[in-house]
Design a protein around this ligand. Sequence first.
Ligand code: AVJ
Length: 319
Amino acid sequence: MSPFTLTRTLPADATAAALRADVRQGLTHDPKELPPKWFYDARGSELFDEITRLPVYYPTRAEREILLARSGEIAAATGARTLIELGSGSSEKTRHLIGALESLDTYVPVDVSPSALETAGRALLAGHPGLTVHALVADFQHGLTLPDTPGPRLLAFLGGTIGNLLPGERAAFLREMHDLLAPGDALLLGTDLVKDEATLVAAYDDPQGVTAAFNRNVLHVINRELEADFDPDDFTHLARWNAEDAWIEMRLRARRALTVKIPALGLAVPFAAGEELRTEVSAKFREEGVRAELAAAGMDLTHWWTDAAGRFALSLSVR
Ligand code: AVJ
């Protein structure tokens, strides 16, 4: 078998249909909201990369610090022969972990972007001649089927992206992850941690305005894909800490009363002056909460590692 295979579990038009459904549902809902996954077209992915290099955006650096310090322990604790990574993107975060996993046989990167999977998969193979890469084009929130690869398996979901799910979605997602694993397999989960409000809000409202551009980018995506006539300059970027739900919310607030036409959906969407559209929820966690949510999904948290400053955590749990 070739050391690199790419399997599409997403029909080519599934993404377009999902965008239409999400935009119709979210913009006719009161209050208005959109799921954060639509930020990431080519421009949005570039802006997110820029965010990860901003001085105020600490999660990426904190998680990298933990991975550099703990990859040996992760390898020893799991003895993984298959590493599955959800939302693998450029596979940048896992390069070090892959190097440390001495018994690794197969890497299964899962992403919605086939081009990112091709580039990352082939680059990894160049550095790891014995490795098999089985890339999956898939949306991991919707019925993931994994290839039959050798155990034990390690499933990695890094970056704190689990924070984009609402509590009910999170419970369902963790249960699905449990169901994908066999007894003895492990889950490596990255979670951003609750901390002082100023640090949290600053991470989502940088002075350079990169996060504001990233937030408004979803309006460009809707304009392009659904022929809408949003003027992104009509909206101001907002980042707010919601202490009750322990999450950061990104919002776009209409500067004036306006109506947006979305011909592809036959919709006219009125905004009142000052009306807010919620574009992202990014939940922050505490150790006890993560442990309890994992336990509810049938997983047993065995390791909890944070960066030296205690801002971000990686947890390892076993089914
Ligand atoms: C990619 C979901 C982890 O929530 O921190 C960064 C996305 N949004 N700045 C996060 C994001 C605004 C990021 N995740």
